[in-house]
Ligand binder design. Structure first.
Ligand SMILES: C[S@@+](CC[C@H](N)C(=O)[O-])C[C@H]1O[C@@H](n2cnc3c(N)ncnc32)[C@H](O)[C@@H]1O
Ligand code: SF4
Length: 364
């Protein structure tokens, strides 16, 4: 039987590595306590998480969401975890083993992107080479497969880095014995068209959710998701749709930042014209969330830009709600430090890409 307070405490396994390169696990990606994976994984998982019966500090993220009336991961657990499943059998898994990425989006950083790491080194003229160890990732996957009860898996999510930039995802999916029961979820930057070998592996699974992060279209995409290009990513999406992969559904992830939020309607229009559903009628949801811990965080948005958004979308629109509900510091200095450093380096100018906002972003 799953844990009755939160099913993920007994049947969720979120794998990542710590700063000493140990493989660690927690019940979900939001839980703050992580334990090192060893051959006693199941017993450790049970004694550290499985017996919890009430809110603890490690579950604060879900607790805060629920207190503010929003849906938490704890509440969606039963959608995936059947009532009769064995306690500690892995049903929901997420894999976050490397940060290899071919992009250096303005909202992201070294914590998630290897390209950001090498760009920072180039900028500061640091010579040391970055090691890319595929052996380590292979070892992590072997350790997961050897220690985790995988017979009841229903849902696997890949984080990154860019999950389609390496073959970590395929190495893990190849080990799943009951793919017909399993939904696989990617959050991807959309720049890498899945090879035939990847499509063949996907074929065996129940559903593949292809959640593509697009924070605008045209020039705005190219600015935020440098050095990726909208031409390439939009072309990939249309081509993938035309492949008619029977179990593949699209989702769009829009990270609302200081500059792109005002232009959300352009993305909505593009999706409704080009990717409103796959060719089998499964609708593409657009999920909107706010940008945080970044020079482009919504928190830094000037009130004048917020007013423009209210005027354009109206006070009830999801986009305005998001802007209204994010704490406002309006501290714009980090933004200016970023653009003054990186725009010339990248041969970009935010003013050309987001011209309507120029009069409303104050100098500091
Ligand atoms: C870190 S990325 C990894 C997956 C993949 N590379 C991608 O971009 O979709 C996961 C998600 O986090 C979003 N993201 C990046 N930086 C963020 C930030 N500062 N605040 C909120 N979301 C952010 C990305 O847009 C993406 O939707
Ligand atoms: S593609 Fe994803 S991981 Fe890579 S830099 Fe952009 S947000 Fe970060």
């Amino acid at each position: 039987m799953p844990n009755t307070f939160c099913n993920l405490l007994s049947n969720g396994y979120s794998f990542s590595k710590d700063k000493n390169s140990n493989l660690t696990v927690s019940p979900c990606c939001l839980h703050t306590k992580k334990i090192i994976v060893d051959k006693n994984l199941v017993q450790q998982h049970r004694s550290n998480f499985g017996n919890i019966t009430d809110w603890t500090d490690s579950c604060a993220h879900c607790h805060v969401l629920e207190k503010s009336g929003q849906q938490s991961l704890r509440q969606t657990g039963p959608d995936w975890i059947p009532a009769g499943v064995e306690n500690q059998s892995a049903v929901m898994i997420d894999i976050n083993l490397d940060t290899e990425c071919n992009a250096a989006c303005v909202i992201c950083g070294e914590h998630s992107s290897s390209l950001w790491k090498s760009e920072n080194k180039k900028f500061h003229k640091i010579k040391e080479k970055t090691n890319k160890s595929t052996q380590l990732v292979d070892d992590y996957i072997d350790l997961i497969v050897d220690t985790t009860p995988l017979d009841d898996v229903r849902y696997i999510k890949f984080f990154g880095g860019e999950p389609l930039f390496t073959d970590t995802h395929i190495k893990f999916l190849e080990k799943i014995k009951n793919p017909g029961n399993v939904t696989v979820h990617y959050t991807t930057n959309g720049s890498i068209f899945p090879k035939n070998q990847v499509q063949q592996v996907w074929n065996r699974f129940k559903t593949v959710i292809f959640a593509v992060s697009i924070d605008g279209i045209d020039k705005q995409f190219d600015y935020v998701r440098w050095p990726l290009t909208w031409t390439k990513v939009s072309g990939n999406l249309i081509q993938l749709k035309e492949r008619n992969i029977h179990n593949l559904m699209f989702r769009v992830e829009f990270t609302a930042n200081l500059l792109n939020t005002y232009y959300y309607d352009k993305l909505e229009q593009w999706v409704s014209l080009n990717l409103s559903a796959n060719n089998f009628g499964d609708k593409t949801e657009i999920s909107v969330h706010h940008c945080f811990n970044s020079a482009f965080a919504l928190e830094s948005m000037p009130l004048a830009v917020m007013d423009l958004i209210k005027e354009k979308y109206g006070p009830q629109h999801v986009i305005y709600e998001l802007v209204k509900n994010s704490k406002k510091t309006q501290k714009i200095d980090e933004f200016w430090n970023f653009v003054n450093r990186w725009d010339p380096w990248r041969k970009k100018a935010w003013q050309e890409c987001f011209p309507d906002l120029v009069p409303y972003i104050p100098n500091y």
